[in-house]
Design a protein around this ligand. Structure first.
Ligand SMILES: [Zn+2]
Length: 61
């Protein structure tokens, strides 16, 4: 019997985008949280192709 968690991992092999990040249902919600964050680093709100939600990620140059 295969654990359910393994099935999820196999279905989303590139889910590293989601790892350790908050997931938001709408971009409006993500931007609202983004505005409260410290501006030490440049961040972006992007749509995740893996989970279909929205994440806030840091932009590193
Ligand atoms: Zn995601």
């Amino acid at each position: 019997m295969i654990p359910a968690s393994r099935l999820v991992e196999e279905a989303n092999p590139a889910c590293a985008q989601c790892h350790g990040k908050e997931r938001f249902e709408t971009p409006q919600l993500a931007w609202a949280v983004w505005q409260k964050m410290p501006r030490r680093s440049i961040r972006q709100v992007y749509r995740c192709e893996q989970c279909g939600g929205w994440h806030i990620g840091e932009v590193r140059s």
